[in-house]
Design a protein around this ligand. Structure first.
Ligand SMILES: *Cc1c(COP(=O)(O)O)cnc(C)c1O
Length: 325
C-alpha cells in the first residue's frame, strides 16, 4: 500500500493550500486556489521532489551509488535530482538535450552548483545519449540507478496519489469542495498519480491536465497506461482507459519550451496579483490555459478551481530576454 512503500524524506510537506483572491477578482471568474508544490523546499522545489522521495528509496535499496537521469537543458527534474542526490550522498550524472549553452543560467547553473556531472546529447537524440551514458557508467564500475524522463515511472507516480491524500486532508480541514484541479501535464507521472489518488480519496471534481508538449490523445494514452501500471504497483486491479483521462492540448503554442505572449501574460498576472512566480515552460503554459478557459466561459464563474503549482521558477532566469521584450 501507498504508505508502506519505502520513501526518503526530501520535501517540506504538506505544501500550502491557499486562496488566490486578487487573481480571482482580476479574472472576474471562479474562486481560485493554489497548491504550492513550487514550495517543496529542495533547491528551488517542484513536483519532481515528491517523486524522488520514492525513487531514491528504491535506489538506496538496490545499493546504487550513482543517479542518472535525462531532460531538456532547463530541466527542473534534472535540477531536483541533482539536489536529491547531493542531500542523500549519491553521485549524480545528467544527460541534457542539445548543445552546451553559452551562458550557465537558470537550472543549468544550479545543476553545476549541486555537483552534478553534465553530458549534452549534441546531435544525438536525448534517449540514445542517455542509454550510452548509462552503459558507460556501468562499464566504469558505478552502481547506476537510472531515472527515466520526469521520474515518471509507476513508483514515481505513486507520489502524486499520496499528494491527493494530502490535499484531501487540507480540503476537509478548510471545509472546501473543488470543482476542478488544473495543472501542467507532460511526462504523465503527476497526472497518473493525481487520477489514482482522486479515485482513492473519492475526489468528485475534474482532474484536468493542460498538455505542455503532447497532442491530446497521445498524452491521454500515456497517462492511462501509467495509471494502470501504478494501480498494479499499489495492488489495485483497476484499468484506466483514455476516456478516463482529461487533457486539454489547446495551448501548445510554439512548442515545448517556447514561451509566447500567453505564457508571459499568465506569469505577469500571477506575479502582480499574488506575488507568485510561475515558470516559462510548464506552469506559465498551464496557467495561460486556465485563464483562457475562464475567459471563454468553459470554467464557470461559480466554480471553485485549484491550480496545482508544479514549480519551475528557476528557469525564469534563462528567459529574461523573452520575459522583458
Ligand atoms: C516536470 C514538470 C511538470 C510536468 O510533470 P509531469 O509529471 O512530467 O507531467 C510540470 N511542471 C513543472 C514545473 C515541471 O518541472
Amino acid at each position: 500500500m501507498l504508505t508502506e512503500l519505502p520513501r526518503v524524506s526530501l520535501a517540506h510537506l504538506p505544501t500550502p493550500l491557499e486562496p488566490l483572491p486578487r487573481l480571482s477578482a482580476a479574472l472576474g471568474g471562479p474562486q481560485l486556489f493554489i497548491k504550492r508544490d513550487d514550495q517543496t523546499g529542495l533547491a528551488g522545489g517542484g513536483n519532481k521532489t515528491r517523486k524522488l522521495e520514492f525513487l531514491l528509496a528504491e535506489a538506496r535499496n538496490q545499493g546504487a551509488d550513482t543517479l542518472l537521469t535525462v531532460g531538456a537543458p532547463q530541466s527542473n527534474h534534472c535540477r531536483q535530482t541533482a539536489a536529491a542526490a547531493a542531500k542523500s550522498g549519491f553521485r549524480c550524472v545528467l544527460v541534457l538535450g542539445g548543445h552546451p549553452p553559452a551562458d550557465l543560467t537558470g537550472n543549468i547553473l544550479l545543476d553545476h552548483l549541486l555537483g552534478a556531472e553534465l553530458h549534452y546529447a549534441g546531435n544525438e537524440t536525448r534517449e540514445a545519449k542517455f542509454q550510452a551514458v548509462v552503459a558507460a557508467e556501468k562499464a566504469a564500475g558505478h552502481r547506476v540507478y537510472a531515472v527515466p524522463l520526469g521520474g515518471s515511472t509507476a513508483l514515481g507516480a505513486t507520489a502524486y496519489a499520496l499528494a491527493m491524500h494530502e490535499l484531501s486532508h487540507q480540503l476537509r480541514a478548510q471545509d472546501l469542495t473543488l470543482d476542478r484541479i488544473v495543472f501542467a501535464s507532460s511526462s504523465a507521472g503527476t497526472h497518473a498519480g493525481l487520477v489514482i489518488g482522486a479515485g482513492m480519496t473519492g475526489f468528485g471534481g475534474e482532474i484536468l491536465g493542460i498538455s505542455v508538449d503532447h497532442p491530446r490523445d497521445a498524452l491521454r494514452g500515456m497517462v492511462a497506461h501509467l495509471a494502470t501500471q501504478t494501480a498494479q504497483l499499489l495492488s489495485q486491479a483497476q484499468q484506466y482507459r483514455m476516456s478516463d483521462i482529461h487533457v486539454n492540448a489547446d495551448y501548445l503554442g510554439g512548442g515545448y519550451a517556447v514561451m509566447g505572449a500567453a505564457e508571459r501574460e499568465a506569469i505577469t498576472l500571477f506575479a502582480q496579483h499574488e506575488g507568485i512566480l510561475l515558470d516559462p515552460v510548464y506552469t506559465g503554459r498551464a496557467a495561460a490555459g486556465l485563464i483562457d478557459l475562464i475567459r471563454t466561459g468553459v470554467i464557470g464563474a461559480d466554480e471553485k478551481v485549484l491550480f496545482w503549482h508544479t514549480g519551475g521558477a528557476p528557469a525564469l532566469w534563462a528567459y529574461a530576454h523573452a520575459l522583458t521584450a
